[in-house]
Design a protein around this ligand. Structure first.
Ligand SMILES: [Fe+2]
Length: 340
C-alpha cells in the first residue's frame, strides 16, 4: 500500500496538436534560400502572383454542371448562352468559369497579347502563358474585388474542462457547403523536372513540400506542394500540387469551406443528391486540410477543404517519401481512382 497518490498517467492514444512548422516538417528540410541558391532561382525577374482566383473548364452540358456546382456551394454570378461564371462568398469576382463545349480544361482563343475582360464579372485584363506541356496559365491584372458575402459563424466548442458554450445549443441547416474561394489545384505532368523548373523559375511559386522516390540509392522528387511566395505575409500551404504522371491533366481543383461541420453537411448533401464521392471526408498530413473529393457530372474531380495550414518565407521546405500513407492521417482508404 502507498500512502501518497501516484499521479495519473494518461493512457497513450490518438493525439493532435498544433506545432511549429519547423518541427512538423521533420528531419529532411531545407530553407527556401538554400533551395533557391541550389536551383539557380532569382526572384527579381519573376512574374509576381498574388493569388489563385478561378478555374476555367469546358463542359458539354452547362445546365448539368451548374446544378452540380450549386449543390457544391457556388452560385451563378453571370450567365450567357455558352458561358457561366460562379462565385463564392469571398472577395473574388468568380471562382469558376465554365464554357459550353467538349470536356476540357480551357485554353482561351486568341491567347497571345492582352485581352480586356470586358463582359466578365470584375473586369480586368488577361494574358495567357502556355506552359511546356501545352496548358494555359491565365494571368489577370486589375480585377475588381467584390463585396464580401455573409461569413458563417464560428462555432463555440465545448471541451472537457472548458465548457464555454453554456445555454447555447448547436443547430444546423442541411444544404450545400458554401464555397469561400478557390484554394489550389492538382496538376499531373509528364515531364516533372521541366515543369517544376518552368513554374518555379518564371513565377513566385515556392515549394512547401517535396515527395520523392528512391531509385538506385538516389532520391528523385516526383511531386511538389508549392505556395505563392508573398514574403512574411501568410499564404496557403499550397496553391499548386504538381505530380509526375504518364499523361498531362488537371487532377482536381479545391475550394475552401468554413469548418468541419460544413464539410460533413456538404458531404451528405452531395451524397443525397446522388453525386459520386471520390475520397473523403478525411484529413491530409501535408497541408493538414480536412478534405472531401467528388466527381462532377463531367468526370472532373473537385474538392472541398477546410482548416488548411498557412506558411511564410520562414517556413522550411520539407522532403518526404511518396507513399499512400503520407496522404492522410485519417479518413477512408485511398481509392485507386484518386491516384490516376
Ligand atoms: Fe487538394
Amino acid at each position: 500500500m502507498t500512502s501518497h497518490k501516484e499521479p495519473y498517467q494518461t493512457p497513450r492514444g490518438c493525439h493532435g496538436a498544433s506545432i511549429p512548422d519547423i518541427t512538423a516538417t521533420g528531419p529532411e528540410q531545407e530553407s527556401v534560400m538554400s533551395w533557391r541558391e541550389r536551383s539557380g532561382i532569382n526572384p527579381e525577374g519573376q512574374i509576381r502572383l498574388v493569388k489563385l482566383s478561378h478555374m476555367r473548364y469546358q463542359h458539354p452540358d452547362l445546365e448539368e454542371i451548374t446544378t452540380f456546382l450549386q449543390d457544391f456551394g457556388m452560385h451563378v454570378v453571370k450567365r450567357t448562352d455558352d458561358e457561366v461564371w460562379y462565385r463564392g462568398y469571398g472577395p473574388d469576382a468568380y471562382v469558376y468559369y465554365a464554357r459550353k463545349g467538349p470536356k476540357a480544361a480551357l485554353q482561351l482563343p486568341n491567347a497571345s497579347g492582352i485581352t480586356e475582360l470586358v463582359n466578365h464579372p470584375g473586369g480586368g485584363h488577361l494574358v495567357t502563358v502556355i506552359d511546356p506541356e501545352g496548358y494555359p496559365v491565365n494571368l489577370i491584372h486589375g480585377q475588381m474585388s467584390q463585396q464580401l458575402g455573409e461569413y458563417p459563424e464560428r462555432l463555440s466548442i465545448n471541451y472537457e474542462m472548458e465548457k464555454t458554450r453554456v445555454r447555447k445549443f448547436h443547430r444546423f441547416n442541411p444544404g450545400p457547403a458554401p464555397v469561400h474561394k478557390l484554394g489550389h489545384f492538382g496538376y499531373c505532368v509528364s515531364d516533372f523536372p521541366t515543369m517544376l523548373n518552368f513554374y518555379t523559375q518564371h513565377f513566385n511559386l515556392v515549394p512547401t513540400d517535396f515527395l520523392y522516390i528512391e531509385k538506385a540509392g538516389k532520391k528523385q522528387t516526383v511531386a511538389v506542394f508549392a505556395h505563392i511566395d508573398r514574403g512574411s505575409t501568410s499564404v496557403d500551404h499550397h496553391t499548386l500540387f504538381m505530380m509526375a504522371n504518364e499523361t498531362t491533366h488537371v487532377h482536381h481543383c479545391s475550394f475552401e469551406v468554413h469548418d468541419f461541420d460544413t464539410q460533413k453537411l456538404g458531404h451528405y448533401w452531395l451524397a443525397r443528391k446522388g453525386y459520386k464521392s471520390v475520397w473523403g471526408v478525411g484529413r491530409h498530413i501535408l497541408g493538414s486540410q480536412i478534405f472531401d473529393y467528388w466527381w462532377d457530372r463531367s468526370g472532373n474531380m473537385v474538392e472541398h477543404y477546410a482548416d488548411g495550414d498557412v506558411v511564410t518565407d520562414e517556413t522550411p521546405i520539407g522532403y518526404m517519401p511518396a507513399r499512400n500513407e503520407s496522404l492522410a492521417i485519417w479518413g477512408p482508404e485511398v481509392p485507386e481512382e484518386f491516384i490516376r
